[in-house]
Write a protein that binds this ligand. Structure first.
Ligand SMILES: CC(C)(COP(=O)(O)OP(=O)(O)OC[C@H]1O[C@@H](n2cnc3c(N)ncnc32)[C@H](O)[C@@H]1OP(=O)(O)O)[C@@H](O)C(=O)NCCC(=O)NCCS
Length: 129
């Protein structure tokens, strides 16, 4: 599983940042350097990816790095049959543009209990199962 994650991330993203993949039930993926940062947590048992953050340094924005980060994670989620939750949404316009949909309050409460995670306002999701 960890090798599959490394293969997908590294095949789609620029070299330079370091990639760490750790954990067993919750697999934590960190891909970062001073200019690019992506963190995500995969719960393959329950079928969800969550607690994601992505960051592109302001001087590199508008050149496709943000899309590359999102698409690498979406390929991974598709391969593993996961629904992606943007439960810490700091940029609703970006996620809406990338095809994510609003996650209703009742579903937030249900998933919060099931997965043990918190949801901020404007939480969104994309089903890649
Ligand atoms: C959001 C962020 C990751 C985008 O990174 P980026 O490298 O500039 O993104 P890209 O150049 O790959 O743009 C991808 C697409 O998203 C669009 N886009 C970028 N920022 C957008 C925004 N705020 N709202 C709507 N669409 C946006 C671009 O127009 C582009 O469209 P296209 O591929 O169809 O031409 C970057 O601005 C950032 O790090 N922001 C601060 C942290 C943040 O908001 N993270 C996301 C929430 S956790």
């Amino acid at each position: 599983m960890h090798n599959l994650i490394r293969r997908i991330i590294l095949s789609r993203l620029p070299e330079g940042p370091t990639l760490q993949v750790q954990g067993e039930r919750i697999i934590i993926v960190d891909y970062c350097n001073a200019s690019l940062d992506m963190h995500l947590e995969l719960d393959v048992q329950h079928g969800y990816s969550f607690n994601e953050t992505i960051f592109v340094h302001p001087r590199l924005r508008g050149q496709g790095y943000g899309r590359a980060l999102v698409e690498a994670r979406e390929e991974l989620a598709g391969e593993l049959g996961l629904t992606v939750l943007i439960n810490k949404n700091r940029n609703p316009d970006f996620w809406r543009y990338m095809g994510y949909e609003k996650l209703g309050r009742i579903r937030q409460m249900y998933l919060g209990n099931k997965l043990g995670i918190g949801f901020q306002p404007h939480s969104m999701y994309k089903d890649l199962r």
